[in-house]
Ligand binder design. Sequence first.
Ligand SMILES: CC(C)(COP(=O)(O)OP(=O)(O)OC[C@H]1O[C@@H](n2cnc3c(N)ncnc32)[C@H](O)[C@@H]1OP(=O)(O)O)[C@@H](O)C(=O)NCCC(=O)NCCS
Length: 212
Amino acid sequence: MIKVAVIGDGGHGKVVKEIVSARTDTRLIGVLDDTFSALQYSGELYTGPADSIQELRRLIPDIVFVLAIGSNIVRKQLAERLGLEQKDFVSLIHPSAMISKSAKVGHGTVVMAGAVIQAGAIIGAHSIINTGAVVEHDNRIGDFVHLSPRVTLTGAVAVSEGAHLGAGAVVIPEMSIGRWSVVGAGAAVISPIPDRVTAVGTPARVISHFQT
Ligand SMILES: CC(C)(COP(=O)(O)OP(=O)(O)OC[C@H]1O[C@@H](n2cnc3c(N)ncnc32)[C@H](O)[C@@H]1OP(=O)(O)O)[C@@H](O)C(=O)NCCC(=O)NCCS
């Protein structure tokens, strides 16, 4: 049995905890979130702030973690702050998701109920493939990406680090989404989206640029 601690106790954390429970090979051992002041054990579950991670590892040496923070940038900052190794993170796949045998899912990535990841797709680390999202064949998805519910990426799409695609966005084949860019809910992407922009609509148009 894989012993899992979920880091993040907000709305996204709630869904991730249920994936741990839905699987037959994982067991929820702890929930870490800065809303907790010190590491405590209830008899069933450890709770504590994110920085109690090392204390928890001393108590349960074979524990693994998943970052359940919805914001891509906050998830990245936390991954850097915690300083854990790749092997310390588990990728969590809901039992109802369909992952091709030839696809790869990186460490710490969460794949939610009903998502489909097709042949040859490669997903990076600490990404979120949300409920019912479709990642078609040969996609390349970077680290710290979030594909919201019902996003549809058709064949050979490339999504770079930190990008967030809003609910129901659709991307036609071979398009690219730049680093840390945001695509609005319901957008249809029919041309490449550059780095660090927000793009909305059908067809998707850039409406703003991020300063940093
Ligand atoms: C794209 C998005 C991030 C923009 O948010 P924002 O920066 O706060 O932008 P604003 O709400 O100020 O809107 C700016 C303009 O874009 C338009 N716009 C915003 N989102 C849009 C969308 N999804 N589709 C079409 N137009 C949109 C607004 O109408 C507004 O137009 P105007 O300037 O003509 O009035 C947000 O609207 C969105 O779609 N987020 C996706 C959320 C989501 O799916 N989350 C899933 C969580 S699991």
